[in-house]
Write a protein that binds this ligand. Sequence first.
Ligand code: ACO
Length: 434
Amino acid sequence: MTADTEGSLQVTDPRTGRTYQLPIHEGAIRATDLRQVKVSDDDFGLMSYDPAFMNTASCRSAITYIDGEKGILRYRGYPIEELAESSSFLEVAYLLLNGELPDKAQADEWAEEVTNHTFVHENVKKFIDGFHHDAHPMGILVSTIAALSTFYPESKEITNDALRHHQVVRMIAKMPTLAAFAYRHAKGFPYAYPDDDLSYTGNFLNMMFKMTELKYHPEPVLERALDVLFILHADHEQNCSANVMRAVGSAHSDPYMAAAAAAAALYGPLHGGANEQVLKMLNEIGSVERVPEYVARVKRGELRLMGFGHRVYKNFDPRAKIIKKIADEVFEVTGRNHLLDIALELERVALGDEYFVHHKLYPNVDFYSGIIYQAMGFPVTMFPVLFAIGRVPGWLAQWEEGILDPEQKISRPRQLYVGAGLRHLSAGSTGGPK
Ligand code: ACO
């Protein structure tokens, strides 16, 4: 038992009458402490059953703090609101990975390091070319992230600090390139190469939208807005994709393979694919007048209101508040997206409705992000890809923390077996039931 133990939980097992003291540390008991609770010597011991990890901490982490009831999100202690106001995405990436914000010299060195790695091997273009013209860019992204593993076999040396850092830089640097190439393949446009004169986000816009101009000049308001959107998506503690990143990383796969798996998880409509679904939903609703009818269908359980609800936030999602402000700034430049009116009405009706109040359903980060992305000229299929670019520093920080945590081992949950008991094939059986 450690010195800062907060007491213990006393458990009496009525099956045996025995009493156990389970130490409480950092607000938790250790699930393995339950194993001593047995009815006989050959009993495996008590397990906890927690589908979807509703109440199980899988790690100790110093990266991101969330208080879902109060709507608090902090990276390494800094409120998301302050980082969105004053930092760049690359500074936030540095913070997540290193624990501290960079000073000026460190920020410059970090930006240069990332900028120097934005190019991808020319062969990457060849296999992107092999995808069907209407291949979803998220499918292309997942595949190309995994493919980077084959270009950098030294990435398997995950205990080598310098090599680990090298892969971290490469992945953050190359994500926008892979993402933009996936987009241009679908459009049938020639690939636009990175421009090292531009910021991280400015260069991404360049690779996305550069046409015949000799030099692409990103619109500063849109460049900053996208940078802030990346900041808002940069980490979110043990969400589905971060959990996948850690789980695959725990098998000592290289970080490209782990990130490809994390991106695959992010693709799901209940996770990073939700912003794509929000746009589909708003288009399906079609007009402000049809909002009440749609909300009624949601309440009848026919469908879910996409962009609403969150496993952790139960009062408001602080990212959604910041995004709403960005939307105003972006629409000043791009003109108003007509879907905004439907979204605002949907939010108004839902927040005043007993069903949504009772279920604690509020707009999440995805509710407004899609409308902004669309106004900036991104097709809907690119929305989860944008989310993935922003989330990569978080995945990498979570992965490194897991790799370096001496308490961690290969991730391997238990199960409660509920299948058939022992049974045998009949004599002479070829395998099928008789
Ligand atoms: N619309 C309508 N009802 C909802 C919604 C919704 N968006 N979300 C949850 N509910 C209801 C459920 O039907 C359920 O009702 P019941 O208790 O009467 O059966 C109750 O609220 C609890 O729902 P769960 O699915 O148990 O909540 P959980 O915490 O598992 O799900 C999730 C969270 C997946 C985000 C869910 O709210 C959802 O599906 N939202 C829509 C998809 C979405 O926007 N995802 C993006 C999440 S943010 C992100 O990944 C960046």
